[in-house]
Ligand binder design. Sequence first.
Ligand code: ADP
Length: 262
Amino acid sequence: MTLVAGVDIGSTTAKCVLLEGDRIVGKSLAPVGVELVKDAERALAQALAEAGRERHEVAVVTGTGYGRFKVAFGRFTVTEIGCHAKGAHFLFPGTRVVLDIGGQDTKAIKVDPRGEVVDFAMNDKCAAGTGRFLDVCAGALGFDVSEIGALAEGARHPVKVTNTCTVFAESEVASYVARGKEPPDILAGLYGGIVGRSLSLLQRVGVEPEVTFTGGVSRNGGMVRTLERRLALPVNVSPLSQYVGAIGAALHGRERTEGISA
Ligand code: ADP
């Protein structure tokens, strides 16, 4: 069986997924640098190496993400919105709403029962409430972003983080630390603020079950739990949540070439 590849060049990371039928046989994830064309090539090469497969076995490559036009060897490009919709539906077929929080933007996407986009709302004007915002605030607390997911659970007196600008929020966090506030209380304040901004995007498309959370920020368990509490709904999160855009790209490529000789 031939392979299809999806390459997602985001603002912070490059992801690639290789699909054989409906099985993910290889994947890669790495930070992006300044040469996005090379990042895209590397992403595909690493996914092929993980799968133990060769480039000539890939029938079609589809690019997505803000750097999708840098997937120079790709046959198609598809927006992240279409890819997150399709990828979320692939992992959770009951998905009706997707919340994607990546490095520098947030999107709420309404999908139909086939995983096609019905409506969307996005915030890409500033990094407020995105992964980059959390990376910087985690740094101000002396942690890596991968360590802060569980920390907010012990919060007793969440602070209010009023600044939405990343730079000002970083100094606000530092000033809370200087005043002796505990990391759980600061993180609970941050998560509450980010989820609040995400909820207004979700309300613009309309919230209905099932909600699927995608993008790198969905790997943060504190964000997932805060979102579930505020929505009063369980939220789908896959261990592959950061790959959802790449999965969707691979699926779009496959659909477009079905019946066409690759
Ligand atoms: P993009 O597609 O814009 O490059 P991603 O969807 O890859 O963005 O998300 C990147 C963000 O995901 C990072 O800024 C970080 O906040 C978050 N993230 C990545 N890995 C983890 C992790 N292990 N735990 C918590 N958050 C993470």
